[in-house]
Design a binder for this molecule. Structure first.
Ligand code: VGL
Ligand code: ZN
Length: 209
């Protein structure tokens, strides 16, 4: 079994001061750096996803004439209306400055189609188009993923569920995740949904002993 580490959306806009800041989101960066060293000493490749929206993305409340943090429907799919975030080439879309990006082997960008959101690093929310992530992992003969990042209840959750349905074994590293929590229990429910779908629930702390 060959593993890879998948770091989900460790970007400025999901961290302190960002447009869609996740509570304590910055705390995931040290965990990511530690896990990357753990992986490098075991020849485990590291992949990062990057939320990468055009300025006109329709998931942005302003572009769809909705109030941020409410929900509705976008092209037939349920949609939370988000503040403008992770706009391509803007500082908010960059990886957190403390993330040791030199240790990344591959970056997959998602959310580039203005008409559909893409929480998962594998597919858009309608499973209409795939990213290049599955091809990259298949070429590297990866069958197991350690997954962590932001946000537990959106991009981590949808990435893990898609990984499982694509046949990967998944270990979720909960100490490397933080959630948006529009409802207080969203992250706990997301972890439970991932566990029920077949993910192993672990921590970076336990791996690093
Ligand atoms: C995310 C909301 C909108 C995430 C991305 O990375 O979890 N959440 N876009
Ligand atoms: Zn987004």
């Amino acid at each position: 079994m060959k593993s890879a580490l998948l770091l989900v959306d460790l970007q400025n806009d999901f961290c302190r001061g960002g447009a869609l800041a996740v509570n304590d989101g910055d705390a995931t960066v040290a965990v990511a750096n530690q896990m990357m060293l753990w992986c490098k000493s075991r020849d485990i490749p590291v992949v990062a996803s990057q939320d990468w929206h055009p300025a006109g993305h329709k998931s942005f409340a302003a572009n769809s004439h909705q109030d941020a943090w409410t929900s509705g429907e976008l092209n037939g799919l349920p949609q939370v209306w988000w503040p403008v975030h992770c706009v391509q080439h803007e500082p908010g879309a960059e990886f957190h400055p403390s993330l040791n990006t030199r240790l990344l082997d591959f970056v997959v960008q998602k959310g580039t189609d203005a008409e559909i959101d893409s929480y998962s690093a594998f597919f858009d929310n309608g499973h209409r188009a795939a990213t290049v992530l599955n091809d990259w992992l298949k070429a590297a003969k990866i069958s197991h993923l350690y997954v962590m990042g932001l946000a537990t209840d959106y991009c981590v959750k949808f990435t893990v569920l898609d990984a499982l349905s694509q046949g990967y074994q998944v270990t979720l590293l909960t100490d490397g995740c933080r959630g948006v929590n529009i409802e207080p229990h969203d992250s706990a429910e997301a972890v439970e949904a991932m566990r029920e779908a077949g993910a192993q629930i672990g921590t970076a702390d336990a791996l690093n002993g």
